[in-house]
Write a new protein. Structure first.
Length: 581
C-alpha cells in the first residue's frame, strides 16, 4: 500500500500544485496552477503518478474573525492518507486491467499461431469408406445407425445455423431450407483446420458422415445426428462486427428501418423464413381449392389504361407516349373471359399509390381475385365462406405447413361456420352503441354514409372476435361497377370480409350487369366510358348476373400467422418511402 512516506521518498520536482476543493471549477478543466487549481487532491496525485512529486498546496480559509486572506498550505496528513489510498486502489485497478489485456493479447497471439498452423492441415476423404448418398435435411427415409448397426453414409449441404466448439467435438446445427440436422465433428484434425477454427453462423458447407440415432439421454432435431468423417467449406461467413447476428436481431422490430434495409438477411431467420414457407403453402392451397371448384386460372395484364378503385391511387407512367398505369386490380379483365371460360381466378400483383403507412397497406401486393357467372349475392357469400374454410383446412391438414402455423401462431383456431353476417347500417349502430362509442375519424358518432375507418373497423372485429361478412355498403362510398341492392337502392350488394387482428382481407360485390346503368355510373363518377368499351361490351353481348372479389394474400397471411404488419408477410415489402432492397 502506498503511504505518505512513499510520497516523501519520491524524487522532488521544483513545482507547486494547487488544490482548492471550494473554488476549483472541476478537475478536467484545471491545470493545478494557482489561478486554475485542481478540485481534489486525489486527482492532483494521479497527474504525477510517474513523475517527480511536486509540492502540493491546499487552500486554507482564514480563521473566523481574522482579517488575513486565504493561505496555501501542505495538505493535512489525514487528507493525504485518504487520497493516497484512493490512488493505490486506482493503481491496482490499472494493474488488473493491464493483466487482463496481456492475457487477451496472449490468447490472440496463441489463436493467430493456431490459425497459421491450422492452414497446414489438409483434409482428405477416406477412400475406404462407402460412397455417400446425397440427401436433403428433411429426408427421413435413410437408415440410422445405433449400437451394433451401421447407418447410411450421407452427404449433406447447408449453412450453419448454430455451432458450439467443445474439447471432445464441434457441434453444428445445419440448415438447408428443408430441415435442420445436428452434425458432430469429432476432435482431431477435423476440428483443427483453419475452416473449423473460423466457423461462423451462415457459413455454407458440405459434410459427409454416418447418420445415427441420438443417444437416449440427448436431444436433437428428428432424434438423429450426423457423425462427420469429412467436410468442405463452400462459402465462409464473416464473424465479429460483420457477423449476421450484428446485422439483424430477433430483438429488433421486423419493420424497423435497419431490418428492412437488411431484409435479405432477415429472411434467413427462422420466423421470417417460416412465414415465406407458410405463404407458399397457402398459395398452393388456393391453387388446389380453385381447381377442385373448377375455376380456371388466367393471367391478366399489369399495364393498363383504365382505373378500378379510384384515380387517386393509380401509379402513372409513360407508355410509348401514352398515359398508362400499373393495375389496381385484375377484376375488369376477369369479367371479360368468364363467358367463355366459366368461373375464373388469378393470382397477380396489384399496385396502389395510396399514401398510407398503416400496418395493413402496401404499394405492391399479391391479389387473389375471382369472378363468377350466373350467381346471386348469397351465392357469393357462401363461396367466400367455403373457399376461406377449405384453404385453412388444407394448410392445417398438411403436417409441414401445420408446423409453420404452430411456430408462428400456436393459438390459431380455424374459423367456425357460418361466418357472422352484419349489414353496414347495423355496424354503424353497433359502433355508436359501444360504451364509450367508437367514433369516426373526425371524432364524432358514425353516421350512415361514413366510410368506416380502418381503426374503427379493426376494433369492432377484435371485440366481436370472429370472421364477419360486412355487407350492403352505401353506393357513394363504393366503386362505380358495384350493383345496387334492388330492395334498397341506397346500398350496393357488396361485402368486406373482416378477420380479428387484421380487419378487411377480402372485398367483393355483385357487378352491374345492365348496360344503361353502367353508362350512368361512368357519368356519375366522372369517368369517360370510351376507354372501357371492352368492359362495357360485356353488357351488350349476353349480359348475366355475376360477381366477384379480391383477397389480399398478405393480409390473409397476417391473420393466419399472427403478424403485426403485412410488411412481414411478403418477400420484399413496398410501401410509401420504401422501394429497396
Amino acid at each position: 500500500m502506498a503511504s505518505t512516506q512513499d510520497l516523501a521518498e519520491r524524487p522532488k520536482a521544483d513545482t507547486k500544485v494547487y488544490i482548492d476543493p471550494n473554488v476549483g471549477k472541476d478537475d478536467e478543466s484545471a491545470d493545478g496552477s494557482e489561478s486554475k487549481p485542481y478540485q481534489s487532491l486525489y486527482h492532483a496525485l494521479l497527474q504525477y503518478l510517474d513523475k517527480p512529486a511536486p509540492e502540493y498546496l491546499t487552500r486554507v480559509a482564514p480563521k473566523e474573525g481574522s482579517s488575513d486572506g486565504p493561505t496555501w498550505e501542505p495538505p493535512a496528513k489525514s487528507a493525504l492518507k485518504k487520497a493516497v489510498g484512493r490512488v493505490d486502489a486506482h493503481k491496482k485497478k490499472l494493474a488488473k486491467e493491464q493483466q487482463a489485456a496481456n492475457k487477451d493479447e496472449e490468447e490472440r497471439q496463441r489463436r493467430l499461431k493456431n490459425l497459421e498452423e491450422s492452414k497446414k492441415i489438409v483434409l482428405k476423404e477416406d477412400p475406404s469408406l462407402p460412397p455417400a448418398v446425397r440427401i436433403k435435411l428433411n429426408n427421413k427415409s435413410v437408415e440410422l445407425g445405433e449400437e451394433g448397426k451401421k447407418g447410411t453414409r450421407v452427404k449433406v449441404y447447408g449453412r450453419i445455423l448454430n455451432f458450439r466448439a467443445q474439447k471432445s467435438a464441434t457441434f453444428i446445427d445445419l440448415k438447408d431450407g428443408y430441415g435442420v440436422l445436428q452434425c458432430v465433428i469429432p476432435a482431431g484434425d477435423l476440428t483443427k483446420t483453419y475452416d473449423a477454427l473460423t466457423f461462423a453462423q451462415e457459413t455454407a458447407l458440405v459434410l459427409y458422415g454416418e447418420l445415427k440415432k441420438v443417444p437416449p439421454t440427448q436431444k436433437a432435431p428428428d432424434n438423429r445426428e450426423l457423425h462427420v468423417d469429412y467436410y468442405k467449406v463452400l462459402g465462409s461467413a464473416p464473424s465479429d462486427l460483420e457477423a449476421i447476428s450484428n446485422k439483424v436481431s430477433r430483438q429488433q422490430d421486423p419493420w424497423d428501418a435497419q431490418m428492412l434495409d437488411n431484409r435479405h438477411l432477415v429472411l434467413r431467420g427462422e420466423n421470417a423464413s417460416a412465414v415465406m414457407k407458410l405463404r407458399e403453402a397457402v398459395e398452393m392451397a388456393f391453387v388446389d381449392t380453385y381447381r377442385e371448384m373448377e375455376f380456371r386460372k388466367v393471367s391478366p395484364p399489369a399495364m393498363v389504361q383504365t382505373q378500378v378503385e379510384g384515380g387517386s391511387t393509380l401509379f402513372k407512367y409513360d407508355y410509348y407516349g401514352e398515359e398508362a398505369y400499373l393495375t389496381q386490380s385484375s377484376q375488369l379483365y376477369l369479367e371479360t373471359v368468364m363467358q367463355s371460360l366459366g368461373n375464373v381466378w388469378c393470382l397477380e400483383k396489384s399496385f396502389r399509390a395510396e399514401k398510407s403507412l398503416t400496418r395493413r397497406h402496401l404499394s405492391e401486393y399479391t391479389h387473389i381475385e375471382a369472378e363468377m357467372d350466373f350467381i346471386e349475392f348469397d351465392d357469393l357469400l357462401e363461396h367466400l365462406e367455403e373457399i376461406i374454410s377449405r384453404v385453412v383446412d388444407k394448410v392445417l391438414e398438411n403436417p409441414v405447413s401445420a408446423e409453420y402455423i404452430k411456430l408462428l401462431n400456436p393459438g390459431f383456431q380455424k374459423p367456425s361456420r357460418p361466418f357472422m353476417r352484419m349489414k353496414y347500417a347495423d355496424a354503424i349502430e353497433w359502433l355508436n352503441k359501444q360504451d364509450p362509442p367508437i367514433l369516426n375519424e373526425e371524432g364524432n358518432l358514425h353516421a350512415f354514409g361514413d366510410d368506416i375507418a380502418e381503426a374503427a373497423e379493426r376494433r369492432m372485429t377484435d371485440i366481436i372476435n370472429r370472421p364477419i361478412f360486412l355487407t350492403h355498403f352505401p353506393v357513394e362510398i363504393k366503386a362505380f361497377y358495384m350493383k345496387k341492392d334492388p330492395n334498397d337502392l341506397r346500398v350496393t350488394e357488396s361485402v368486406d370480409v373482416l378477420m380479428p387482428g387484421v380487419g378487411e382481407i377480402v372485398g367483393g360485390s355483385m357487378r352491374m350487369d345492365d348496360y344503361d346503368e353502367l353508362i350512368e355510373a361512368y357519368k356519375k363518377n366522372g369517368i369517360g366510358h370510351e376507354p372501357y368499351y371492352w368492359y362495357t361490351d360485356q353488357r351488350k353481348y349476353g349480359s348475366s348476373p355475376h360477381g366477384g372479389y379480391g383477397l389480399g394474400l398478405e393480409r390473409f397471411l397476417a391473420w393466419m400467422a399472427n403478424r403485426h404488419t403485412v410488411r412481414e408477410t411478403c418477400l420484399y415489402p413496398r410501401f410509401m418511402g420504401r422501394c429497396k432492397p
